[in-house]
Design a protein around this ligand. Sequence first.
Ligand code: HEM
Length: 474
Amino acid sequence: MISLHSLALPTAILIVVAITSSLRRRRTLPSPPNPPCIPFLGNYLSLPVRQPWTTYAEWSKTLHSDVVSIWVFGRLSIVVNTKEAAKELLERRSAKYSDRPFPIMTEMMGWAWATSLMPYTNAWRVRRRILHKTFHAAAALTYRPHQRAEVHKMLKRVYGDPQHFAYHVRSMAASIAMTIAYGVMEPHESDKILDIAETSVTMFSNAVFPGAAVVNALPFLRHLPAWFPGMGFKPYAQKCSELAMDMRDLPWEFFKKGLTDDASGFSMASQLSSKVEKHHSKEDREQAMKDACAVTYAAGADTTVSVLSTSILALLLHPGVQYRAQQEIEGVVGRQRLPTFEDRDSLPYVEAVYREILRWKPVTPLSVSRSVLEDDVYEGKFIPKGTEVFPNVWAMLHNPTEYPDPEAFSPSASYNPMAKDEKGEDIIVNPEYTDGVISHPLPFRCGFTPRDEQAEILLSRLGEADYEGLLLLT
Ligand code: HEM
């Protein structure tokens, strides 16, 4: 959260805001319940900084309401904490709940081009169509050979350099997303762009949750000079904006200069060049393509890093689960090859592990917020047009009624001996996670060793045309 507690705005401004907000709130029905508010600031001072999704889930319990309100300087956000409420509001009433809030910081931080953040406009529809063409179910299958090749490359690197497994996982995720979007890029360039993207995503994350930046609630603040007390958000937004622009523009420039390797015309950028709607001007067309490619990279790389890091962490912490998954793979696949996408249906336990990983530590715990297009009433509570809506995915996936021990990682109740490091000593890992839109485990140690002689033989053949091998996380 950007600290703006030093904000020393004249009391007069606050009074104007308070009057405006009370006029806005004048209506007959109450809004969904909220934690105690104080005048002018609303819930601003009690907003959580660490893992906000857990606090919102607590508020939902304490207030006995699936949907809770958060007021910050007269601006209302609601958090939807149960699947039932999410289905009703976000699915059945999707026509009213599918806009995007577009807080002022999104624009100031240079993220206005990202489809997932754009309001429901024609520009959004053009980009959405492009993304649909690239990612509809059948199109997604065409990326499999490339994904598989990248996974093999990553395994080979982890085998040769297990200490830096996190780096290799990150490079693989970046390479998959980057290649889908632009074609194969030099690993060095791809890493550089991933650095930029990660920093920009983190900065963006820190400024979009309720109350994170007061300018979202009081847009006129952007017009005050940078030297004015509490204007720290301005240089912050400027820095983020530069990064977001680089993230969008640099890889596109690479593609245009022919510096990406895409001889088969496989990448989204190549495919799109000839396909985007004819009636748009060349500039519009190029802008839309550029945006769609960049959002693919921004949305695909960091999310994959997060989920793979959690997968490794979960298997490290639960060797029993790892063992059982390995047994299942061995029973179905044997020892002569690695599993493929085609084996998925025959591996129910591995499927359960994968789903449990996504449930245990959801990658986007508060998803991507939406905005209400017109006034609505839910269970007798008034939700005005323009309200920002946060689906609390974490709360839905940690609901004790559905998951009796929600914090436990339990695709099964198998035994859980302690993981060991290379010296045979217990590895103590306390899983801790970052707080942003995309939540990651903090760095942790993990060893990778071939599990037996057979695996060692297979791994030693890495680099041959079709190497085989399985790694054991210890
Ligand atoms: C576990 C991994 C992933 C998670 C949890 C995830 C989650 C999300 C979420 C929550 C959104 C916003 C949905 C919305 O409210 O509209 C989104 C959008 C998007 N994701 Fe993913 N994602 C993942 C992986 C990927 C990958 C691998 C790619 C592509 C390489 C990708 C491409 C996109 C794109 C292009 C959008 C924007 C779609 C639009 O705005 O129309 N995602 N993702």
